[in-house]
Design a protein around this ligand. Structure first.
Ligand code: GLC
Length: 833
């Protein structure tokens, strides 16, 4: 009985082994037939196919696979840097395998058949080819199948619906496609959306590594769905070009991924303030009234947005003369009240002879044509114009000359005082075509190697926002451009902020915005936000208020709604909600120094300002799937209320000491707390040892100069903090025009020693008071500045004193004039010696 069974098992195994190549036309790579050296790497031939492995740094490995043995030209829309200096990479050949070794990674290639395995310096597995499938291809499509461990968590993939952990609940897993899509009224099950980022981060036993598929074709990521132990991913063309990036700290993975693909530049400070938008504020009298209402009701705001109806017949770079007869005057008046105005600019000029942009674009060969040479045109907004309705043409933003030409067009807008540009519809959306975008036979320049639309679809929006960003840069070389884009691709963070498109005014959409924005950050996009209140439909007062509270940490904070909805401003829901909304926006402005710090870190290191818990607590299993809470920087935790009529909020605090921001009360980490909540509640917590930087409420960022800076110092035996400032507008910071100061505290039985280092950098802000609030020190016997006793002044006298201390709200406060030199405070809490 046993023998036939064994034979059957053998036959079954044989069948399974051969089933893989047969599966839907996929053929797996065969045996290694030749091994050739490469600079910092090795080339492996397997019959017709080839695999090239190169070490870009000790922690970054690039793996390319060409089924036909021919690698495409060296060109990437995403990667801007591959040279990280010489790497000591060794190739060791053995009978059954070939190793490529760096000080941080080991690539082992089994020869028969060719199978890959990447291990870190400690021998932990980062990549393990599925024994059965390996790399495979079907025609021009390529695919990898890598093993997943049962406990792996998978994050990233940019703008995707569903939970933060893409492995999904109960390891069910998910399947995502990358194909930029205009998806109006998307919900939690919609895929794909507007932005494609084929990058993911795997957290395996507290250690992280990244996988980036550098391919702009339609691609797919099956994260344990079809086979629960497999990550299967690949693209429909364009070759296999993958970067494996070790951490092991997840922040280090993002740092290295953004070293490859670039980082979010430091935004102008006003763009971090509150932005008010709708489709559309028009005519100009309504915009004026809006501005006046913000100031009269004392709701802080920095940005007012003009949607498509400011234009003449929806034509890019025009103004509707009836609705906006004197845009320059309007913008100057608004600027005098501290407002910045952003205008939408879509990528689809209508074809109408006599319209200057169309004529010039045609003459310059800037518009896309089909394979047969005919100009492509299709309906988008201009086809709906009341007069002169016409189909649109589409500039070829994959062509350098076209990007430069389009970029110049912003000149007159900047001259009028437009402060930023909003690029929309750039998937691109084309109505009436089978899949809502350009047909496949439209030919693009593709940076000098013409290709059809399939090869560049996913970068069209990114290259549009690049044309805008670079155009603004050329027009105002010392200003920080502000660009918002709907569509983008990996690396697009270099050019524009991203918002999550046409979400819906419901609680599910609010809830979904948290993991979506956090995964965008994990995927390199640090400047992100969702339409507050929801775009489609109209929120209740409660939903709008909760959304605003939940967006406290959104780097990009904008309320926006579709055409013809009721008013959706902070005061639109009655006085009680207005007070709640004012308080939320005021809190945002108080926290701006901390947010600015976090955005500077994102610009410098790529680590996002808005962070999922796992980024700071990779070893904490309970943090791994938590996506209804978020961090700003390393130390502030927000657990917004996300349900209608809530009276309670369950909050998980990761391991360590935590404090309630509002009361200063300590709370135990590594546990869940149930809080009673009211409509006003913004559950906000601070990690022990944190330095939190606050300013008083201002009505807009232009009013920040000279405001006192408060440094809250949360208890820890020892901790450090740092603050970054600059002029908030120019590029002087890149030439040393910044001010960075490090702080350090030490607490023991005698007291609290606080060291402030001298300010580094040449930026000098307006004179101001500097205040320290030492949380958890409710008593003090005395405070010394550089060894000299400071006077105690209470109540009003403290406010007026130039150097004094007091005790207030359970904290010791110290006030000084700010200074650039180093100084030391000592708060004596213990017994006198
Ligand atoms: C698109 C955008 C939306 C905008 C509208 C009109 O739907 O996503 O934000 O308001 O077009 O321009």
């Amino acid at each position: 009985m046993r023998r036939p069974f064994r034979r059957l098992a053998f036959l079954l195994a044989l069948l399974a082994a051969h089933a893989a190549p047969a599966r839907a036309g996929w053929s797996s790579i065969g045996d290694v037939s030749a091994v050739e050296p490469l600079a910092q790497g090795v080339l492996l031939r397997a019959g017709e196919s080839a695999v090239a492995a190169t070490a870009l740094s000790p922690q970054i490995l690039r793996l390319r696979y060409a089924p036909d043995g021919r690698f495409p030209r060296e060109h990437s829309w995403a990667v801007v840097r591959r040279d990280f200096g010489p790497v000591d990479a060794q190739v060791i050949e053995a009978a059954d395998h070939v190793d490529l070794l760096t000080s941080g990674l080991r690539l082992r290639v089994e020869r028969a058949p060719l199978r890959l395995r990447v291990l870190d310096a400690d021998g932990r597995r980062l990549v393990v080819d599925d024994a059965e499938r390996g790399l495979s291809h079907a025609g021009a499509a390529v695919r990898a199948a890598w093993r997943l461990d049962d406990t792996d968590h998978v994050y990233g993939l940019g703008e995707k619906t569903g939970p933060l952990d893409k492995r999904g609940r109960n390891l069910g897993g998910s399947h995502y496609a990358m194909w930029n899509t205009d998806a109006p009224a998307w919900d939690a099950s919609t895929d794909p959306l507007y932005v494609s980022v084929p990058f993911l981060l795997v957290l395996r036993g507290g250690r992280a590594h990244g996988v980036f598929l550098d391919n702009a074709w339609r691609s797919h990521f099956d994260i344990g769905r079809d086979a629960r132990g497999l990550l299967q991913f690949g693209a429909e063309g364009g070759g296999f070009d993958v970067y494996v990036i070790d951490g092991p700290d997840p922040k280090a993975v993002i740092e290295r991924y953004t070293a490859l693909t670039g980082r979010t530049p430091l935004p102008p400070r006003w763009a971090l303030g509150y932005q008010q938008s709708r489709w559309s504020y028009t005519p100009e009298a309504r915009v004026r009234r809006l501005a006046e209402t913000f100031r009269a009701r004392r709701v802080p705001a920095d940005g007012l947005w003009l949607d498509i109806d400011y234009q003449q017949d929806f034509r890019p770079f025009t103004w509707d003369a009836a609705r906006f007869p004197a845009p320059g005057r309007l913008l100057a008046e608004l600027a005098a009240q501290g407002f910045h105005v952003v205008t939408i600019v879509d990528p689809h000029p209508p074809c109408e002879a006599g319209y200057a942009l169309y004529d010039a674009g045609l003459a310059g060969g800037h518009f896309l044509r089909r394979a047969d040479g005919s100009l492509f045109s299709g309906p988008v907004w201009p086809s709906q114009a009341a007069q002169h309705a016409a189909d649109s043409v589409f500039p070829d933003f994959t062509r350098a000359a076209t990007r430069a030409w389009w970029g110049e067009q912003y000149g007159p807008f900047l001259d009028l005082g437009v402060a930023g540009i909003w690029n929309d519809m750039n998937e691109p959306a084309v109505w009436g075509t089978p899949d809502g975008t350009l047909p496949a036979d439209v030919i693009h320049d593709n940076d000098g190697e013409p290709a059809d639309h399939r090869a560049v679809h996913n970068v069209y929006g990114m290259q549009f926002s690049r044309a805008t960003f670079e155009g603004l840069q050329r027009l105002r070389p010392d200003a920080r451009p502000f660009v918002l884009t709907r569509a983008s691709f990996a690396g697009g963070q270099r050019y524009a902020a991203v918002w999550t498109g046409d979400n819906t005014a419901d609680w599910a959409s609010l809830r979904q915005s948290l993991p979506m924005l956090m995964n965008l950050g994990v995927s390199g996009f640090a400047f992100v936000g969702a339409d507050v209140g929801g775009f489609v439909g109209a929120p209740s007062g409660e939903l709008f208020a909760r959304w605003l509270q939940a967006a406290l940490f959104s780097p990009f904070l904008r309320a926006h709604t579709e055409a013809r909805t009721p008013d959706q401003e902070p005061w639109s829901y009655g006085e009680a909600w207005e007070a709640v909304n004012r308080r939320s926006i005021e809190l945002r402005y108080r926290l701006l120094p901390t947010l600015y710090n976090a955005m500077e870190e994102a610009a410098r290191r790529g680590v996002p300002a808005l962070r999922p818990l796992f980024l700071e607590f990779p070893d904490d299993p309970a943090s791994a799937g938590r996506d209804d809470e978020m961090l700003l920087g390393a130390d502030l935790l927000l657990a917004p209320v996300l349900a209608a009529g809530a009276t309670q909020r369950e909050v998980y605090l990761p391991p360590g000491a935590w404090f309630d921001f509002w009361t200063g009360q300590p709370l135990a980490g590594g546990s869940t707390h149930t809080l009673a909540v009211t409509p006003e509640s913004v559950p906000l917590f601070v990690r022990g040892g944190a330095f939190v930087f606050l300013q008083p409420v201002v009505q807009h960022t232009g009013a920040m100069a000279g405001q006192p800076l408060t440094v809250q110092v949360y208890p820890a035996a020892d901790s450090r903090g740092a603050q970054y400032e600059d002029d908030g507008a120019s590029l002087a910071y890149a030439r040393g025009g910044f001010a960075r100061r490090s702080f350090r505290q030490h607490r023991d039985a005698a007291g609290i020693a606080l060291q402030a280092d001298a300010v580094a950098g040449r930026y000098r802000g307006a004179p101001r008071a500097l205040r320290f609030a030492l949380i958890g020190a409710a008593t003090a016997q005395g405070v010394e500045l550089d060894g000299r006793a400071l006077p105690r002044r209470d109540g009003e006298a403290f406010e007026r004193a130039s150097a004094a201390w007091t005790v207030r709200d359970g904290a010791v406060w110290v006030s000084l004039r700010d200074r650039r030199v180093a100084f030391r405070l000592f708060v004596r809490t213990g017994a006198m010696p």
